[in-house]
Design a protein. Structure first.
Length: 410
């Protein structure tokens, strides 16, 4: 079993901790400092051994190399996949298809594609608009708000709950489980923490079984009717995919919305441009996705190997920091400058390779609507200097606390 390494980071090149608050708050500077010092790939003994490639070339290469890197552990943890009790290993993994390897992956992904096609997602626009306006209405006339806690963190929760067929009123539970899975990677596996995981799994198993007895028109029933290799999905496959859709559909999108609003609160010129030219919002969203991409995925080294001059060991973790790849000057002109009208913008915010995010249409819709409605209702807002912006830790980065001062309402 892997030994947990505690203590402050001593050297980001040889002892980094992507689960630390310091990394979350300063990751762009950390990456820049590492690359400028001649370290394009960092390493740490934490989490049993983890690598952090920082160039677009390396991230791209690993993402497309399914022969040497497995996806069965998409989130780094204190235990390697082989050490997890009762694990569902490769090629399926615990949360298919993102944890699946070829050839199983292709079929597991293909069965989900129809549910996230544009023709299925576009009709949700009116619902998302209504959700955003309702959240702003609930803020009342307060001049000081938390745009994360009162706005961005609710939008994807309410949307994905309705899509899956889960109770919207359980949103607080969902947010708690998201933090449990993604932000607590450095915490010990205490009985209380394990009990939370058991509660999460039991909750989803209950609702999946309820859908078996009472079919309806939602994503859980869609999964229960789906087939792979000519057979119905196993209960483990169904629950694992629901976990994926719930976790991936919530934290990544609320982080994207929150980071976008954080940028606009601190950049009045960009904010005014979008207020005066709302038709620019789609291009701005793509630039926010590039500059503030929320997601870092992980792979597991299949066998001992050499990679760009470093010796990787079997079962080492390898992080895929898509945000760092998006800030590579060899891939994007003026990569460190946020240009909301950037034209050439083939960013990697939704991943690279076979695991590119299948929910990108939904994420884009939610981000566009959330920003559009917020700017329409609050044409002038700024960061509240009396409060502190805090960022989530782990593999999804976004504001957890986002204090704003509302300077004008429409």
């Amino acid at each position: 079993m892997s030994e947990t390494v505690y203590g402050p980071v001593t050297d980001w090149a040889t002892d980094f901790d992507h689960g630390s608050p310091a990394y979350a708050a300063n990751q762009h500077k950390i990456w820049d400092d590492l690359k400028s010092s001649g370290c394009p790939i960092a390493h740490t003994d934490r989490y049993g051994g983890t690598w952090l490639p920082l160039t677009h070339e390396m991230v791209h290469e690993i993402a497309y190399d399914t022969d040497h890197f497995s996806s069965e552990g998409p989130v780094v943890g204190q235990l390697k996949p082989s050490e997890v009790p009762d694990r569902i290993g490769a090629p399926i993994g615990p949360v298919p298809p993102i944890s699946s390897d070829p050839p199983f992956h292709a079929e597991a992904r293909r069965l989900l594609l129809p549910a996230f096609a544009p023709k299925m997602i576009d009709p949700w626009r009116e619902e998302v608009v209504a959700i955003c306006n309702e959240l702003i209405d609930n803020m009342g006339t307060a001049d000081h708000i938390d745009a994360a806690l009162q706005y961005s963190q609710h939008i994807p929760v309410m949307v994905i709950a309705r899509m899956l067929g889960l109770p919207v009123e359980d949103g607080d539970k969902f947010r708690g489980w998201v933090n449990l899975v993604l932000s607590g990677i450095g915490e010990e596996r205490t009985e209380a923490r394990m009990a939370q995981f058991e509660e999460f799994n039991a909750y989803l198993a209950f609702h999946v079984n309820d859908h078996i007895e009472n079919p309806r028109d939602d994503l859980i029933s869609f999964l229960l009717n789906a087939e792979i290799f000519g057979e119905k999905l196993s209960l483990e496959h169904t629950v694992g995919t629901v976990i994926l859709l719930l976790i991936a559909g919530i934290d990544t999108t609320w982080s994207g919305i929150g980071s976008s609003l954080w940028h606009l609160a601190g950049n009045s010129v960009d904010r005014r441009r979008l207020v005066e030219n709302p038709d620019m919002i789609p291009a701005a969203v793509e630039e926010f996705l590039r500059a503030y991409a929320p997601v870092t995925m992980a792979r597991v080294v299949k066998e001992d190997m050499e990679f760009h001059g470093v010796e990787m060991k079997k079962e080492d973790w390898v992080l895929l920091p898509f945000p760092a790849a998006n800030r590579d000057d060899n891939q994007f002109a003026d990569a460190h400058i946020v240009q909301i009208d950037r034209e050439a913008n083939r960013h990697a915010a939704f991943g690279l390779g076979i695991h590119r995010c299948l929910g990108s249409n939904l994420a884009r819709l939610e981000m566009n609507v959330a920003i559009e409605v917020f700017l329409k209702r609050f044409p002038d807002f700024s960061l509240d200097s009396s409060e502190v912006v805090t960022w989530s830790t782990g593999q999804v980065r976004g504001p957890r606390a986002l204090p704003f001062v509302i300077n004008a309402r429409a």
